[in-house]
Design a protein around this ligand. Structure first.
Ligand SMILES: [Zn+2]
Length: 293
């Protein structure tokens, strides 16, 4: 499943061919993905200009010049392919070769400027929706979405406020999308290791008695931003279903310190611990029981 850095990588890949461009033609080859396409989907967006391409949590948001926003979610296996007219080639890192099977090409956007943007999704858990921009924040899809982990708000003080008094594990609190949006299992494991905090610790213990920041919450805030920024810089992680075939997969996996590294030595300098795997709320947690307290 694509995590936030992958979605942000896709956004950055699509922006140059979509932002400021008109959608000349749209073809939806099925009536639905996870949900039905909006009524008269192709008609409603053909001829519209994409004024900006943003992201909220793991949703891509293409603002259109008629006040609607085309919301796109990649589900479990969705990807976009950009084809440029001069070469017929896809230009780069946001292209996922796994998705070449034309049978899974469900939507194409022919953009002014000549690029064709193709949405491919073998498992069809992704979806597209049209929502008036003005009502986006209160729409059921977005109403309960937590803060952006890459936004300016996330710091030690905010984490302390969010987690104050919470009796769940730190791991579970970080995965709670109503608190922080778009942070998935891999990056939670990595951030906790970087912050040297145990995933089993109570979330509330990262705040002071009055809900103020502590050294722990400050370290955690920093670590979350660092792991996400590193992943985006590496072009998004490319695990399993969401893989590159061109060697970037191996390259990027090296930067995971604990995720999927059970029984390997802890990478923290001078730590003699070994990475352990436990299950928390149904998900694998990888951590070092020696340096993560
Ligand atoms: Zn360690």
């Amino acid at each position: 499943m694509p995590e936030l850095p992958e979605v942000e990588t896709v956004r950055r890949g699509l922006a140059p061919v979509m932002e400021g461009r008109r959608i000349e033609r749209v073809e939806a080859r099925r009536p639905d993905l996870r949900f039905p396409f909006p009524e008269r989907f192709a008609e409603r967006i053909a001829g519209r200009t994409v004024t900006s391409l943003g992201r909220r949590a793991k949703y891509l948001l293409a603002d259109l010049d008629d006040g609607e926003t085309l919301v796109m979610h990649l589900g479990m296996s969705g990807s976009f392919r950009v084809t440029l007219p001069e070469t017929g080639q896809a230009p780069g890192a946001f292209h996922h070769p796994r998705s070449k099977a034309a049978a899974h090409d469900h939507v194409t956007f022919a953009m002014s400027g000549g690029a064709t943007v193709t949405y491919n999704d073998p498992r069809r858990f992704g979806f597209m929706a049209l929502i008036p921009r003005a009502g986006l924040e209160t729409h059921p899809l977005f109403r309960h979405v937590g803060i952006e982990p890459l936004g300016n708000e996330l710091d030690g003080a905010l984490l302390a406020r969010l987690f104050h008094g919470r009796q769940t594990s730190l791991k579970a609190a970080l995965l709670d999308q109503r608190l922080i949006a778009g942070l998935g299992n891999i990056y939670v494991c990595e951030a906790l290791h970087r912050a040297r905090l145990s995933p089993k610790r109570l979330a509330g213990s990262t705040a002071s008695k009055s809900g103020g920041p502590t050294a722990r919450s400050e370290r955690l805030g920093l670590a979350i931003r660092e792991v996400l920024q590193a992943a985006i810089a590496a072009g998004g992680s490319t695990l399993r279903d969401f893989s590159h075939a061109d060697g970037e997969l191996g390259y990027f996996q090296h930067s995971f310190r604990v995720y999927d590294r059970e029984d390997e030595p802890c990478p923290t300098p001078d730590c003699r611990g070994v990475v352990k795997r436990i299950t928390q709320t149904g998900r694998s947690t990888f951590f070092c029981p020696v340096c993560q307290e």
